[in-house]
Write a protein that binds this ligand. Sequence first.
Ligand SMILES: NC(=O)c1ccc[n+]([C@@H]2O[C@H](COP(=O)([O-])OP(=O)(O)OC[C@H]3O[C@@H](n4cnc5c(N)ncnc54)[C@H](O)[C@@H]3O)[C@@H](O)[C@H]2O)c1
Length: 391
Amino acid sequence: MVGVNKKKINVGMVGYKFMGKAHSHAYKDVGMFFDTAADVVMKAICGRDENGVKEAADKFGWESYETDWRKMIAREDIDFVDINAPSDAHKEITLAAIAAGKHVFCEKPLALNLADGREMLAAAEKAGVKHAICFNYRFLPAVQLAKQIIDEGRLGEIHHYRATYLQDWLVDPNTPLAWRLKKEVAGSGAHGDINAHSIDLARFLIGEFDRVVGHNRTFVKERPLLTGSAGGLSGGGASTEKGEVTVDDATGFLADFKNGAMGMFVASRFAAGRKNHNTFEIHGSKGTIRWDLEKLNELEVYFREDEPNLAGFRRILATEPSHKYAGNWWPTGHIIGYEHAFVHIVYEFIQHMTTDSPFTPTFLDGVKCQEVLEAVDLSIERGAWVSVDEV
Ligand SMILES: NC(=O)c1ccc[n+]([C@@H]2O[C@H](COP(=O)([O-])OP(=O)(O)OC[C@H]3O[C@@H](n4cnc5c(N)ncnc54)[C@H](O)[C@@H]3O)[C@@H](O)[C@H]2O)c1
């Protein structure tokens, strides 16, 4: 709610396509549905193409625009910087924002590699600014419920964690060579883009990884060059010229967790028919839970303690006021969608910046995720298990 005497917190945002739109939506909605400690003001949006960024500023409701992020960061009326440019830009913009004393909200993966991620974390901690990484899926009510069930011990000892993150936008060999297919811009392919989410959810839900062993493939090694500047998921035309794909199309890995659980992970952009199939299934000594992003309001739960003749998977619709965040939206049963998780993470970060309330995921979670990503890559190089503590 916008209050007359309420504190204001001004955001400057870099990037205005897929995530730029999702984040803008979150800033617009958050004050309407959540009682924030400060009103977030959409001060400035930044992009390199003046026409494009001006159009986005008008459409998304930003007060002003800039074409140089350095200029935007230098502005005194910016309190925190939101970075949703592609991954190769995260480090430079973050370090400049921190040097200017601004808080940072950065998209995942944190950086192109672990060393850069560690540098960003150290800089943020040294400067004492607040920092967040946008692992949005943690903030869905059904995922929060899964966390609550596990933390309350209702699944008992965790034995298995299985995650898939499957898409199919690259099965067509004529899909152009977007930035997500270039190592120097994206860091890695399906691994850093979507396994990163699965790794974060696993850490959030059941704890730290111990060791990993993986394999990967690049099924299509050359693709038509992209005409235009879109990110692949945001469209773009194909040239007759081709360029080399320098990242993985799919990466799978096995894991051992520090709590003794066994893990299996697969991320692919070649899973025909799977559009954004982000799932986890967790088996414990007392039961099982299962979640699928494509049915994001639901959590399937099985408890072994149920009477045998009544036991079975129950489907919980996580839209009760008692389900975290759900009560801020609509009456029970009136479901929420993909974009709402961004509203929730933005809400928590505003509270954190304004009242110093506890907040995760921070850059530390970004670094922990990057450690697992790199340990998997090292295991592929060596053809052997790698301890996450080694990287
Ligand atoms: N949290 C999630 O679920 C999620 C989903 C998609 C993407 N992402 C992450 O968000 C980031 C952006 O992905 P996207 O899908 O929005 O990409 P996109 O290609 O749709 O948009 C990227 C934006 O950054 C701008 N940009 C590119 N290089 C820039 C530079 N050097 N300086 C300033 N602006 C620049 C582009 O003009 C564009 O507006 C990536 O790091 C990606 O991994 C996260």
